[in-house]
Design a protein around this ligand. Sequence first.
Ligand code: FE
Ligand code: FE
Ligand code: ZN
Length: 306
Amino acid sequence: MLIIGSHVSLGGKEQFLGSVKETLSYEANAFMVYTGAPQNTKRTALELMRIEEAKALMDSHHIKPEHVIVHAPYIVNLANPDPQRQSFAVEFLTEEVKRTQALGAKVLVLHPGAHMGDGPEIGIKRISNGVNQIIQNTKDSDVIIALEGMAGKGTEVGRNFEELKAMIDLIEDQSRVGVCFDTCHTHDAGYDVINHFDDVIDEFDTVIGLNYLKVIHVNDSKNDQGAHKDRHANLGFGFIGFDRLNHVVHHERLKHIPKILETPYVTDLVNEELSYPPYFYEIEMLKNQTFNPDVLDLIRKTKGKH
Ligand code: FE
Ligand code: FE
Ligand code: ZN
């Protein structure tokens, strides 16, 4: 069975319960949340997150906890040259692992960090040190920290399989570390996701090991292979194209891995302040393995609902 879902929101009155309801509205069986705004580190107290109601709803709709993913905010940087910022990142991510555990999820996706001019080797060491500390601080947890492969913009660390492997090698408890494969990032990083995806997967297996792969982010890309940009496009409206992404999603070797869409909301043509989630229709296309070239119009017409 296809394990597929999207990024969904978490907030407002309904909190985590709302995240599950949104997932069900897309007819998805997996999902990913940020535990608060991805661009800041303010977080709601766990008692207010309506976790038990959410878990009961998940249970009655057969959404498995191992198909729930948490994404750490992308502003914390374990590779920051400033030791104070590094310790802040460790402290925040320690709490984030605990929140992930409390939500019943098993995987926390983390952008490894940016070396900010000190070079990837130093960046790799700082990140692995940080991850080791976070794992130490949460010894009784089984949450896996999945390092996301990056597009390689700026001084991002984790821009190829070798850098991800180098970080994993420095982790003391490797049962607590994994990798998140983002199709847009990997394409932007220079890998041939379009014409030789099977070779890319072979290479991942050789360099890192497929057993480390915990999540796939399914995104088209607004840029050419190797552009190092990281701008996600709706499925079939970027350089990768629907057929190749469909191939990834239905790949035999990746069957057991949750697939999460992080494609952009579709903007209304009349009122640019309005935008609609594409996920119900994008997931439907992947289930049917058929691209609808008019899907963006359909999303605008229905406001993303069905
Ligand atoms: Fe990400
Ligand atoms: Fe991603
Ligand atoms: Zn991205």
